[in-house]
Ligand binder design. Structure first.
Ligand code: FEO
Length: 396
């Protein structure tokens, strides 16, 4: 279904209610997603981004409701990932006269994905293409979130189309932020940032400054996933500035896995210690909890406490994955602590501590190793560990 979001600007994308795993199986999308594509009808016709390949026919139907696809003059491919460029071949089959507009790095990635000899135009930051009454202005946005990523701005409509940036995996009947549940929207936008954009936070801050410095008026921010920011559009820019700073919050997250309940009992006692000191916490059994939802909660926590029993002189698999995520997402969490039960070897706590310190965390206290099932004094020690972490959070 086509939606005219502004005079002469049409949403022609696809709402994917079904998808539950994204980027292969790396990212959970419990609320589905949308692939947003925008058709601009001026003296010239421009399509900004496409949709994932399986839904190319739906995109073409939508385009045909507005114009004959053969009339398209420009197809802007802001980013090569197949959720946005996957239908490019189908569009170009019906728009043989169109020029494919890409960033300089897109001149590598788009041909690399499609292997077609189309007419390309690579544009740098500040370059413009006239559509008649309006113009497209381009801003390269490398690492938001690929080197090829680009923002496209439409003059006269004050419309910023930043591709993945400011998006959310949120399928809905509605196209605008003021039409949906604000709490669900905030959660999905934050989850998206935490799981995809956190490693590039310094670049996010620089890019936002650069775009704001251009002084372009912004009436709408129309990302390539989820709803369009129409009501107070800059609110999401301000959230990104806040998130990119990664200022830790006064709360802790306890992340653990357990085989026969001993490490879980330590996690419970640690939680008691945190609560006794007035520091709120959440605890997650990693093997039973969605990894991306956990990471959204870990993002900007004041401390993480990670627990694993020892298995084959190592860690349980879910804990290994979590520790890898903490490293590669470059979360800036100031305080960490480790705990775990063991039967014979007991290497897990040392291994966790090495990973936490490699992520730049300072250890609030020596890790807690407990052999067999915890005795009362072990649970007291776990509570003390929770108190020590609470004190470290408060000390800042
Ligand atoms: Fe980087 Fe939505 O693709």
């Amino acid at each position: 279904m086509v939606n005219e979001i502004m005079p002469g600007v049409f949403w022609v994308g696809y709402v994917d209610w079904d998808i539950r795993r994204f980027h292969g199986h790396e990212l959970s999308t419990h609320r589905g997603t949308t692939y947003n594509a925008y058709l601009i009808r001026d003296e010239k016709i421009a399509l900004v981004d496409t949709v994932w390949g399986p839904y190319a026919d739906r995109l073409m139907e939508n385009i045909r409701e507005v114009v004959d696809p053969a009339r398209i003059d420009f197809v802007v491919a802001n980013h090569a990932e197949p959720d946005h460029s996957g239908s490019l071949s189908e569009v170009m089959r019906h728009a043989p006269n169109a020029t494919v507009v890409v960033s300089p790095r897109g001149a590598e990635s788009i041909p690399g994905h499609h292997h077609q000899d189309w007419r390309f135009r690579a544009v740098k930051t500040g370059e413009r293409i006239s559509l008649g009454r309006s113009e497209l202005i381009f801003v390269e946005a490398p690492m938001l979130h690929w080197p090829d990523s680009m923002f496209t701005y439409l003059t006269g409509r004050n419309l910023l189309m930043p591709n993945d940036a400011f998006g959310q995996h949120y399928a809905t009947d509605f196209r605008f932020n003021d039409q949906v549940d604000p709490h669900a929207l905030y959660h999905e936008a934050l989850k998206y940032y935490a799981n995809i954009l956190t490693p590039f936070s310094p670049l996010v801050l620089k890019k936002i400054q650069e775009v704001l410095a251009l002084g372009l008026p912004v009436d709408m921010i129309a990302p390539s996933h989820g709803v369009i920011w129409r009501q107070e559009p800059l609110q999401i820019v301000h959230h990104y500035q806040e998130w990119a700073e990664q200022k830790p919050e006064r709360r802790a997250v306890v992340l653990y896995d357990t085989m026969w309940g001993a490490t879980r009992r330590l996690a419970d006692a640690i939680g008691d210690g945190l609560a006794a000191e007035g520091v709120p916490h959440q605890a997650f059994l990693l093997s039973a909890t969605d990894r991306n939802e956990v990471l959204a909660e870990v993002f900007r926590a004041g401390a993480v406490l990670v627990g694993s029993p020892t298995l084959n002189q190592g860690l349980l698999g879910s804990v290994i994955v979590l520790l890898e995520d903490l490293k590669h997402l470059k979360f800036r969490i100031p305080v960490g602590a480790a705990f775990g039960s063991y039967g014979w070897g007991g290497e897990s706590v040392k291994l966790i501590e090495e990973k936490l310190t490699a992520c730049g965390m300072r250890l609030a206290a020596p890790g807690l190793r407990v052999q067999w099932q915890p005795r009362p004094e072990n649970l007291v020690a776990a509570e003390s560990l929770g108190r020590a972490v609470a004190a470290a959070i408060k000390a800042g």
